[in-house]
Design a binder for this molecule. Structure first.
Ligand SMILES: *Cc1c(COP(=O)(O)O)cnc(C)c1O
Length: 460
């Protein structure tokens, strides 16, 4: 160990007089600067104690300080560039908000607002009233309410309709979504008793009917939106379940998951049931997510018959699951766009990306490739056709044709490229397939192209 080096290591007070540090002090909190100076000194002390360093210059120390300052100053939750092509990427924040939604959030959160105030009457109002009419207009439901997410919606519906009673559900629909949401677990918390009927691949109407008794609270259908069982299968249709529900006077409820509000078959996608259809076929209650196919903020939307929705509004759980004003503002602005399908597709990023034409994506790919090729020399960039995924546990079998840029290099392995891009100041998340790094242009924006070029230029 080099005692001399250790003795000469600068002190915090000494470094505080350096120009670089003084500049930081003008724009950042003092505590943060001092913490970072300590972190810098500790870093070098550790290197000396481990005999990993023979000399240190002040320039080097200040350079390290600058780097650490940048890291400590940047938020932990931050922007990421999604180059995976998975549109509703749960790890990367699911749906992006439209400009309209962001503006509404800004306006409502920087100002006082009528969240629970009835302006006409000058009295206390209801949090959910602002949005109920819009949701019922779009879905055709009698009534609606909104909670924190769809998992909360499932819990509230079951707790309201089925507290201490039995919920009959097909074994083929006891799904897990995203590792954390398991239908049977959520049912346990809601105090509904699970009655599993049928088998994994086949459930018949008589399986439900044979299990109905005076303690049945609800017939539950879960849309298995994140996987498909193919082959020798049978599922009971909504119409049949509705018939059974009427015959025995038991409510029927569907957790439809993704919350598809427009008919995607028009745009060449495989059929996915819409909320409107389920209600039209007679479902009493339907729940879905706000930030999957709908393209809005995180929320759980509950629609259906007024008599049931009214009971849910009175359930004390509602207080614990209620949404914030920012969510409400973003959801209202997003749903409003659905009044005109063209507006929705043009303005809601999730819909816009899902329905982007191959030609649009090809043009984007060519534009990025041109920029990269002009400036970045030690990499090869190839445009190729590939497939994007919907993500978010929605439309799992849908492969959407897209264009990608494949990246190779003599100098770096694919894993090194992937790692470097991921560790960029604005992380760029790509995928590695067949020894090539792949960037799918479907989920990428022109506004980020310069950042991407810079990331390649600074790769080491
Ligand atoms: C995604 C999903 C959920 C959970 O919804 P969150 O909004 O993530 O809470 C519940 N049920 C189904 C069928 C889903 O697809």
């Amino acid at each position: 160990m080099n005692r001399e080096l250790l003795r000469n290591l600068p002190k915090v007070d000494e470094l505080l007089k350096e120009e670089i540090v003084e500049k930081e002090l003008k724009s950042t909190m003092r505590t943060l600067v001092i913490d970072t100076l300590r972190e810098t000194i500790d870093y070098y002390r550790d290197l000396i104690l481990k005999d990993k360093i023979e000399s240190i210059s002040k320039e080097e120390i200040l350079k390290t300080f600058n780097k650490l300052m940048k890291k400590n100053n940047s938020p932990k939750l931050k922007k990421v560039i999604n180059a995976t092509g998975t549109v509703i990427h749960t790890n990367l924040g699911r749906s992006l908000l439209s400009n309209q939604a962001v503006e509404a959030v800004n306006n409502v959160s920087m100002n006082y607002n009528n969240l629970e105030y009835n302006i006409e009457q000058g009295k206390r109002g209801l949090r959910y009233s602002h949005i109920e009419e819009l949701i019922t207009r779009i879905t055709g439901a009698e009534a609606a309410m909104v909670v924190n997410n769809n998992a909360a919606a499932v819990m509230l519906v079951l707790n309201t309709l089925c507290n201490g009673k039995e919920a009959i559900v097909s074994r083929g629909q006891l799904v897990e979504i995203g590792g954390s949401f398991r239908v049977p677990e959520v049912m346990k918390f809601s105090n509904a008793k699970l009655v599993e009927v049928g088998t994994t691949n086949r459930t018949h109407l008589y399986d439900y009917e044979n299990n109905i008794n005076e303690n049945t609270g609800v017939l539950l259908k879960v849309h298995t939106s994140n996987f498909k069982i193919l082959g020798f299968t049978e599922e009971v249709s909504i119409e049949e379940l509705v018939g059974l529900s009427k015959k025995y006077n038991v409510p029927v409820y569907e957790d439809i998951g993704s919350g598809v509000l427009i008919d995607y078959t028009k745009y060449g996608f495989t059929y996915e049931p819409t909320v409107q259809e389920s209600l039209k076929k007679g479902m009493d209650v339907v729940t879905f997510s706000g930030d999957k196919m709908l393209g809005g903020p995180q929320a759980g939307i509950i629609v259906g018959k007024k008599e049931y929705i009214d009971k849910m509004k009175k359930n004390q759980l509602t207080r614990a699951l209620r949404i914030d004003k920012m969510t409400l503002a973003a959801l209202e602005a997003t749903l409003k766009l659905y009044l005109d399908e063209k507006e929705a597709i043009e303005n809601i990023p999730t819909l816009n990306m899902l329905l982007s034409s191959k030609e649009t994506i090809k043009k984007k790919a060519e534009s990025l490739k041109r920029k990269l090729r002009n400036k970045v020399k030690n990499f090869n960039f190839h445009i190729e056709e590939d497939y994007s995924m919907v993500g978010g546990g929605s439309m799992p079998t849908e492969k959407i044709e897209t264009y990608v840029i494949k990246i190779t290099s003599e100098e770096f392995t694919p894993e090194q490229i992937e790692y470097n891009l991921r560790m960029n100041e604005t992380p760029i998340v790509t995928r590695v397939y067949n020894n090539q790094v792949i960037m799918d242009l479907r989920t990428m924006f022109q506004r980020d192209f310069d950042t991407i070029v810079e990331a390649f230029l600074t790769m080491k």
